[in-house]
Design a protein. Structure first.
Length: 133
């Protein structure tokens, strides 16, 4: 039995958002050229080709940071998640902010297909954007 089989619709929406954030943040790190392109490999997510970190520590770092938000997203306590890039002097030079405005109350039901369509659209736009140095 899959973990998502036991989740409420709100829990499933939160899980999809967290998975998306992990993929989007990894994509941003790849597109920014923070690590050599060889540090990433192509994978499929939501029927799109995306980048995944090859190095287990980088992959685990992004995963644990994002999945640590899951209980807070499930409770509707997260309004924004940010990825901030610093220069060598530890001064922030660029920031990417994800505004999470999904109503997770029991009275509202987000259709999984609609949510995935919106998230997939964002990933397509991200992949063709010019955010590298």
């Amino acid at each position: 039995m899959d973990l998502k089989d036991n989740q409420s619709p709100q829990g499933e929406t939160a899980r999809i958002l967290v998975e998306f954030l992990e993929v989007a943040i990894t994509s941003i790190v790849f597109l920014k050229g923070v690590y050599p392109s060889g540090a990433f490999e192509r994978r499929r997510y939501m029927n799109l080709v995306v980048q995944r970190a090859r190095h287990p520590q980088l992959r685990d770092y992004i995963h644990s940071a994002v999945f640590g938000l899951l209980p807070f997203i499930q409770k509707g306590m997260v309004e924004r998640a940010a990825v901030i890039f610093f220069n060598t002097d530890s001064i922030p030079v660029e920031r990417f902010v994800f505004k999470l405005a999904v109503n997770l109350s029991y009275g509202s039901k987000v259709e999984e297909a609609d949510l995935e369509f919106s998230l997939r659209s964002f990933l397509i736009k991200l992949s063709v954007s010019e955010i590298s140095y």
